[in-house]
Design a binder for this molecule. Sequence first.
Ligand code: 13P
Length: 287
Amino acid sequence: MGLQSMKPMLKAAREGGYGVAAFNIVDYNSARAVVLAAGELRAPIIVQVSVKTVRFWGPAAIAAWMRELCADSPVPISLHLDHCKDIHVIRDCIAAGWTDVMIDASHKPFEENLALTREVVGLASYAGAGVEAELGQIGGVEEEKRVEDADAHLADPDKAALFCRDLPLAAFAPAIGTAHGLYKGEPRIAFDRLEAIARRTGLPIALHGGTGLSDDVFRKCIALGCAKVNISTQLKHTFIDSFVEYHAAHCEYEPLKPLGAQFERMKQEVMEKITLFGSCGRAAACA
Ligand code: 13P
């Protein structure tokens, strides 16, 4: 099935009551683990990349890995730009063939956020790419910046309905109490707000800050309309820990061995999350 926009995947997921996993990758090995895990489970999947990782490798190189990995894949795979505030990076990714982009202008006043999101929807639609946008401020660490709890604020359902009214978004990311990075205490999710926003926008909702949420919270959010479920920090930890632990246990200097161990650990974790989110065997539903 290969590379394609997340828009039909997420529409099918919202209608079918399951979640499509969206993992942030950092290199070819992590991309390969995510793609092969999804293929084995016949699950649609989103491979997403943060802006700093895009700047590190370049959008064309990442697109080339993904084309190669997806060529024989039996599942639809989206290549998505995560949290981007810079329209130039968005343009470069779309030009390089990325299937989806997130414009994050949530730090701007409502009207400016809406205007910038509209502009991105306009330029993405020429290329057949899907768009995710954010309203409210999700807390935690994003790129190099920390959004302090006091600055994080939840999305308002009236404003969310207004924001999404005429926008053909692939996914909508309202702040509902989750946070990026590791949670300091028990996450407090505003389920009532999530329910109201999902109902009033009718859009597939993107759940940010997936690392550290319990299985019950994931299930409840998905049941309420979260069709895209983001995991970044967990995979980054596994990426580093699996390599370091392999080396500590074997103390040899053959890089392919810890890379192999790293690949297996990441693939296993991706498969566990896909299974939890209920998207196993759903590849055909997105065609
Ligand atoms: P975590 O890093 O908390 O898993 O959040 C991922 C995310 O929402 C990426 O946008």
